[in-house]
Design a protein around this ligand. Structure first.
Ligand SMILES: Nc1ncnc2c1ncn2[C@@H]1O[C@H](COP(=O)(O)OP(=O)(O)O)[C@@H](O)[C@H]1O
Ligand SMILES: [Mg+2]
Length: 401
């Protein structure tokens, strides 16, 4: 007798700047997921934050990207909105919800209950066994969606509320890394309000702690948005003002490699819950002065090298540090841990953790696992099982005596 398929809600799109990248990641997942084992329910979130039904969601994913014509390597890298013109479709669909209350999810029901006569929010609730939030950045990777799914008592893929939000905030993340004894770059954190009130004082503070060049970043973002390299005092103020457009907290750190050298960018993939494993590490060689937004998504030439050209012991160190970083922020499921390496001293610094890294079949995270022996479809399967296991484990917790 055939066993009942597990119903997986693939959440994609969303309100973040990485909306288009998410559409591409989700299209890859939809293509590769084992359909004999899983019943897939695509759920699109518009840029305005509306959640839409399967029918419309599916149309969204069938942009040109799905037809192959424009689904080139560079389009996938680019998260080119043109490659997913179905985005417009999201403006019109019928909405569904995850109500912030546990819902009875009975087998055999339709994936959505959309009867307009039913007034309770839970009656339009998504009816799935587990959610795969293929969402990057703000509202996807930062603990907010995870909080909603916790309230709804739904199993989901990836890190929980704490791991997600700690991994999103470069200031908090660094504190946790430091507490765990991990090597991190020298840095300071300043507040936007501080800078606006006393810019001169902030400049002096930064210069008393760090040597130029420095990297100036909004604490909570990604994709290198709002990040600049300040080579000297003249560039520091404008760099802080730029980062301050995106967050109230600004992280300023010493540039690895100093004035003369570029940092090497080493990345390692981690998979698991309580016993996480690390993949072999890869390297990105950016085609620009640093791995900025353009180098990530717009211009070609920043190709990954897998495995990274490291000595055996350096590779081991990276893997050990990646797992330690994963545990330091209390991550579960998956994460890509990024390092900056001083090319001269060959010293390794943990730069950041991404709890929902780019997930197209040609993204670094899946590629690192493929090179380590875990295929893309198998990776998806493992992640869903880890999400379910985590939810089961959590069910054991009592909330009162
Ligand atoms: N301290 C640093 N030294 C050298 N390069 C850096 C430093 N911090 C950031 N960079 C460069 O900026 C890029 C983006 O910074 P990162 O902290 O990874 O932000 P994001 O979360 O946006 O990816 C890095 O990939 C690297 O190229
Ligand atoms: Mg990065």
């Amino acid at each position: 007798m055939a066993t009942k398929k597990i119903r997986v809600g693939i959440l994609f799109g969303g309100r973040s700047g990485e909306h288009e990248v998410s559409l591409l990641s989700a299209a890859s997942v939809l293509n590769a997921i084992d359909k004999t084992k899983y019943e897939v329910v695509p759920i699109g979130i518009t840029k305005e934050g509306r959640w839409l039904t399967a029918e419309h969601a599916e149309r969204l994913l069938k942009g040109n990207a799905g037809e192959g014509a424009r689904a080139t390597q560079s389009n996938l890298r680019a998260g080119d909105p043109e490659a997913t013109p179905g985005a417009a479709v999201l403006a019109t669909g019928e909405s569904v919800v995850v109500p912030p209350e546990p819902t009875r999810r009975d087998a055999g029901l339709a994936p959505f209950q959309t009867d307009a006569n039913l007034r309770r929010a839970s009656d339009r609730a998504i009816n799935v066994d587990v959610i795969f939030p293929v969402l990057h950045g703000t509202f996807g990777e930062d603990g907010t969606i995870q909080g909603l799914l916790e309230l709804a008592d739904l199993a989901y893929v990836g890190a929980g509320v704490l791991g997600s939000s700690a991994g999103m905030d470069k200031d908090v993340m660094k504190s946790l890394f430091r507490a765990a004894g991990l090597p991190i770059v020298k840095h300071v954190t300043v507040l936007r309000s501080q800078f606006e009130r006393e810019p001169k004082k902030v400049q002096k503070f930064v210069e008393s702690k760090l040597k130029y060049p420095v990297f100036v970043k909004p604490a909570n973002l990604g994709s290198s948005v709002g990040i600049s390299k300040a080579h000297d005092r003249k560039e520091l103020g404008p760099a802080i003002a730029e980062a301050a457009k995106f967050d109230r907290k600004i992280v300023i750190e010493e540039g690895v490699g100093g004035k003369k050298n570029k940092a090497r960018e080493i990345e390692c993939a981690v998979l698991g819950n309580d016993d996480p494993a690390a993949s072999i590490a890869g390297e990105i060689i950016p085609c620009k002065e640093f791995y900025d937004y353009d180098a990530k998504y717009l211009v070609e030439g920043s190709e990954p090298v897998i495995p990274a050209k490291l000595t055996k012991s350096e590779m081991k160190t990276v893997q050990k540090l990646a797992i330690a970083a994963f545990q330091a922020v209390d991550c579960t499921g998956l994460a890509r841990v990024d390092f900056l390496m001083d090319p001269k001293a060959r010293k390794m610094f943990v730069n950041e953790i991404n709890t929902m890294p780019g997930f197209t079949s040609i993204s670094m995270y899946p590629k690192l696992w493929a090179a380590t022996g875990v295929s893309y479809p198998e990776l998806i399967d493992r992640l869903i099982q880890l999400g379910i296991a985590r939810h089961e484990d959590k069910k054991r917790n009592q909330y009162s005596r």
